[in-house]
Design a protein around this ligand. Structure first.
Ligand code: OOB
Length: 553
């Protein structure tokens, strides 16, 4: 069996590509060339600090030159595992030093990382591997509170059983980051165009099957450079990556790539808790970090409780991924002793920032304005939905032609599904959402995916997933369930009783669903309000369920 070639995607029409190139947004730089150039300029500076995949308690620091050497070594190992130019490589790593090495090792081979989160399970990893037809799956053993090696085996067996060629399993917990490797180092990359797809990023998701976001070297590096300018990064920047490093926000807004662009230092926190992160801020003299709103709240609570650490090096805390309540926003600067920057972005492209010289009122109540004057925004006068196109916003998903028209307009605007208001200053406020998604403290959950799975549970006749307001998470996930009438059927969930939340959660875990997509609560109802069949009406059903029951029981 051979791997399928990289699939074609809808790209930018020639006239836009020419415009973006002429404006200097798109250059010829590729990711491998990006690293080579930074290694030349910043060789002895510290590029990455964190723990190793195999040693979650040991501090490792790599200079730019050492990072480059490790990239060559790992590229050698991936090549030995069969990875070639244009192959896809699913990366699922915790925040360890090897993460940064692995991203650039894939680029060194002209291969495309497919970014997965540590919380993903066999359902998501299997889908990513299948959709991308991945040649390799890179993970970090079982030292991180979960057995990824066993996950790799289950995914491979399942793919095989369904007629797919499983990816080569590459376990980095048994790879020696600093020692000479068993394979020849690879120091040059094959020819790749800057307008080629560089990697596949996960989309927040609104459908049962995830969509992969194809980003090119040119468009992504433009967003990284422009973000680093907006955030004023330089060689003295020390960024703490507290969120999962593969997420678009800590990766590129300006993220670890923006820091490497300027010769700064990336510090990877193995977990986002205040205890771990405050200690690292103090010991590494961190200047910048990015958080989702619930984490910002838990950091504020710990700071208020007097968790004793010196946070004085911290200059900016960015918050994004979900709507930050104005009341929480106002506490960040005085209580953490740094500036707040709000970030509203999406894997598909568009990123908005509040700026350092914005008035406090805008910083605490708006989600910023776009990176580029060539980011075009269109707000639907009736629904308030934001659609956007521009030099770093995709024109189509990877291999998902059937959903294209749902997500992109005829003239190439990406429909964000977000409801926004634009202020006279150009800043946006995110006021709501029309897409079938729940944003659980920054984690995105496709409603259809969870509903489809619940309908496979024998004890369930019908199910609807509804977002419930939550003071900490912003939203939590509530499953409304109409149980099946008692019957003699057998199978998972077949019972004469109403299903319990614990049983439903166990069922979804067995189905290989990521834990963050699990319902937080269950409400059993005898029947749903009558609605005609169809997607729009399921939306109405969810809305009427949300309205009919008080938010807290
Ligand atoms: C970021 O990217 P994704 O792809 O995980 O999620 C995008 C969606 C947006 O469409 C919006 O619904 C929501 O997340 N969102 C926000 C927000 N930032 C993202 N909603 C309200 N306020 C905000 N500040 O989440 C992402 C990517 C790059 C930078 C920052 C966040």
């Amino acid at each position: 069996m051979t791997r399928s070639p990289l699939r074609p995607v809808v790209g930018w029409p020639a006239e836009f590509a020419e415009r973006y190139r002429a404006a200097g947004y798109w250059t010829d730089e590729t990711f491998d060339a990006f690293l080579a150039e930074r290694v030349r300029r910043f060789a002895d500076r510290i590029a990455v600090v964190g723990v190793g995949a195999a040693h979650p308690r040991e501090r490792v620091a790599l200079s730019y030159a050492e990072l480059d050497a490790a990239v060559g070594q790992l590229a050698g190992l991936l090549a030995a595992a069969g990875v070639e130019r244009r192959d896809r490589v699913v990366l699922q790593l915790p925040n360890c030093v090897e993460y940064v090495v692995a991203v650039f090792a894939a680029f060194r081979l002209g291969a495309l990382p497919v970014f997965a989160l540590p919380a993903h399970r066999e359902r998501e990893i299997g889908q990513f591997a299948r959709i991308s037809d991945a040649a390799a799956y890179v993970f970090a053993g079982k030292g991180w509170g979960f057995d990824y090696a066993a996950l790799a085996e289950r995914v491979a067996a399942d793919l095989q059983a369904n007629g797919h060629q499983p990816p080569a399993a590459v376990d980095l917990s048994s790879w020696n980051l600093t020692g000479p490797g068993p394979y020849p180092s690879i120091v040059t990359a094959p020819a790749v165009e800057a307008t080629d797809i560089a990697f596949l990023q996960m989309s927040g998701g609104t459908t049962g099957v995830p969509k992969l976001v194809p980003r090119t070297h040119a468009d992504y590096l433009y967003s990284v450079r422009a973000s680093a300018d907006i955030c004023d990064l330089d060689e003295t920047t020390v960024m703490l990556v507290a969120l999962p490093a593969a997420h678009n926000f800590p990766m590129s807004s300006p993220g670890l790539l923006g820091v490497l662009d300027r010769g700064g230092t990336v510090v990877l926190a193995p977990d986002p808790s205040p205890r771990t992160c405050f200690g690292m801020i103090e010991s590494e003299r961190v200047t910048l970090t990015s958080l989702v709103p619930p984490l910002a709240q838990s950091w504020l609570a710990s700071a208020a409780r007097g968790l004793r650490h010196d946070l004085s090096s911290l200059e900016v805390v960015q918050v994004g991924g979900a709507r930050l309540a104005d009341s929480v926003a106002r506490r960040i600067a005085p209580e953490l002793g740094c500036s707040l920057q709000q970030v509203y972005g999406m894997a598909e492209g568009l990123v908005c920032y509040t700026r350092a010289d914005d008035p406090d009122e805008l910083v605490t109540t708006s989600q910023g304005r776009p990176i580029s004057s060539d980011d075009e925004l269109r707000i639907d006068p009736e629904t308030g939905e934001l659609a956007t196109r521009g030099p770093y916003t995709i024109r189509g998903y990877y291999g998902a032609d059937e959903v294209h028209v749902d997500h992109f307009t005829d003239d190439g605007f990406y429909r964000t599904g977000d409801v926004v208001r634009q202020l006279p200053s150009g800043h946006l406020q995110v006021t709501g959402r029309i897409k079938d998604q729940i944003n659980r403290g920054g984690d995105k959950i496709a409603i259809d995916e969870v509903e489809d799975l619940l309908l496979q549970y024998d004890g369930i006749h019908d199910a609807a997933i509804v977002s419930v307001p939550d003071a900490y998470l912003g939203e939590r996930v509530c499953a409304y369930v109409v149980p099946k009438a008692p019957s003699s059927e057998s199978g998972p969930g077949a019972t004469d009783r109403e299903p319990t939340l614990a049983e439903i959660r166990a069922f979804l875990t067995a189905a290989g669903l990521a834990p963050y997509k699990q319902p937080d609560e269950l409400r059993i109802v005898a029947a749903f309000p009558a609605t005609a069949p169809g997607k729009v009406n399921r939306r109405r059903l969810r809305a009427s369920l949300a309205a009919s029951v008080p938010a807290t029981q």
